[in-house]
Ligand binder design. Structure first.
Ligand SMILES: [Zn+2]
Length: 464
């Protein structure tokens, strides 16, 4: 770990510093100090609470300045403190139109120090990469005398989940930049519950964050229709990883290692397993892949609005074969690749409007029509993974409203996506199956040992 220079500053006068008046009122102006901690993508993130945020607080009228000013100011104070006061941190949030220089000047740092620090930062990080909403922690060191300006000691910027850039003041008054990477600690957690109203409600009561729930739903999306198959009283279990930085300040969800759904008494366990070749997937307790080769519904939260077969065409008026299924969904809803494969058509295609077709293997293709837009970076020949977003629902081509027209093409013929027999997912065999079983047994044992976070809904209903 790095040494924090809490004391031992030499209060030298640097010639290039302008000996200007001490800036004090700027600290109060502008509402720069964010009272609300910013929301980040990680959960349970704990940030340094800004120590000086209140305009009426002690620090609001304190002046911040250079060592030069400190030296001059010190003469006006009667009695020095016995020891150096503790440094404190201000958290600054990048606002629209902010530059780093502007932000540093706004908290009363003098132009000379701000300039030197920014130049030092440039050796490791381009300050123009700062984005609105990003935060910076700035550490100030108060002087031994109460009226002394506070030294701009350090700037800390998060550059990655466990990476920070520090720009630190040296004893000679210069600034240098260095990056630090923290060790990550992975812990296992267990959550379980009974579904009273919806899986979403039960999962959030059990402390499962939304992103983890999405992973859970995706892992089961080939076997379970979450809009129809879930009944009151169905149960779930999850064992997942939480990744925390060594200082304990940041954490995020890792992977689901094990999950189980009990639907009307049918037990559906899945285990995350990494094959020897590096391929990662979920398998049931017999080593059968939880994923089928193709998704029947390559979209979330959509309603089947028109099924496969002969129908009176809503625009053309006469009876015509409907060669796919339609899912009504709001404009802009993401559309997923139904399986791994290669894009073999990306572009407009007559009545289909904006259209994508994926070749999955020698036998199967899937097609997606009437899109509003393609996801960025989609081109013929591009390889896509199952569940990857390829485009967005729209109403281009011959269409009466926003929907996805989805086709499964088998050996060049259009098949009914709701009925076609899906080529089943992979089944582990031999050595690989033996390795999987060892992992499965380890997860089962770990799960049994963990303290469960039980859904409150379940406890409440049990008490009735
Ligand atoms: Zn259609």
């Amino acid at each position: 770990m790095k040494q924090r220079p809490h004391k031992g500053y030499s209060y030298m006068i640097r010639r290039r510093l302008p000996l200007t008046a001490i800036i004090s009122s700027t600290l109060i102006a502008g509402g720069l100090f964010m009272l609300d901690l910013p929301k980040t993508e990680e959960t349970d993130t704990h940030l340094h609470a800004p120590l000086s945020i209140s305009a009426s607080g002690d620090h609001a009228t304190v002046s911040v300045g250079s060592s030069a000013q400190a030296a001059i100011q010190s003469k006006t104070v009667e009695k020095p403190l016995d020891k150096m006061p503790d440094p404190y941190v201000k958290t600054l949030e990048v606002g629209s139109g902010d530059t780093l220089m502007k932000m540093l000047l706004n908290v009363g740092i003098n132009r000379g120090d701000a300039y030197t620090a920014i130049e030092a930062m440039r050796t490791a990080y381009d300050p123009r990469r700062l984005r609105v909403g990003q935060t910076l922690d700035v550490t100030f060191q108060p002087g031994r005398h109460q009226d002394m300006p506070h030294l701009f000691q350090e700037l800390r910027l998060k550059t990655g989940f466990n990476k920070d850039l520090f720009v630190t003041r040296n004893s000679d008054g210069d600034y240098t930049a260095h990056e630090e990477e923290q060790e990550l600690i992975t812990t296992l957690h267990r959550a379980e519950g009974t579904i009273d109203s919806s899986l979403y409600v039960a999962a959030s009561k059990a402390g499962i964050p939304a992103a983890l729930l999405m992973e859970f739903i995706f892992a089961y999306s080939f076997d379970v229709d979450f809009q129809r198959d879930i009944q009151k009283g169905d149960r779930f279990e999850v064992m997942y990883e939480k990744i925390t930085t060594a200082d304990g300040e940041r954490s995020k969800m890792g992977n689901i290692q094990y999950a189980s759904l009990s639907l009307s008494g049918t037990h559906l366990p899945i285990y995350r397993y990494k094959e020897k070749d590096g391929h990662v997937a979920y398998y049931d307790d017999r080593g059968q892949s939880a994923q089928k080769a193709l998704m029947r519904t390559p979209i979330n939260g959509a309603r089947l609005s028109s099924s496969f077969g002969k129908r009176k065409h809503p625009i053309l008026g006469y009876s015509k074969m409907h060669t796919g299924v339609d899912f009504a969904a709001p404009r802009g809803t993401p559309i997923f690749a139904a399986g791994d494969g290669v894009l073999d058509y990306v572009g407009r295609k007559g009545g289909y409007g904006k259209y994508i077709r994926i070749r999955h293997n020698s036998e199967y293709q899937t097609a997606y029509a009437h899109m509003r837009a393609y996801k960025k970076g989609m081109y013929k020949g591009k390889r896509v993974k199952q569940g990857q977003v390829i485009g967005y629902v729209g109403t281009t081509g011959r269409s009466t409203g926003p929907h996805l027209h989805y086709e499964i093409i088998r050996n060049g013929r259009k098949a009914n996506p709701m009925k076609v027999r899906m080529p089943s997912g992979k089944k582990l065999k031999g050595q690989e199956l033996a390795r999987f079983m060892a992992v499965k047994n380890k997860y089962d044992a770990q799960y049994a040992k963990l303290e469960p976070v039980i859904s409150i809904g379940r406890l409440a209903s049990a008490a009735e």
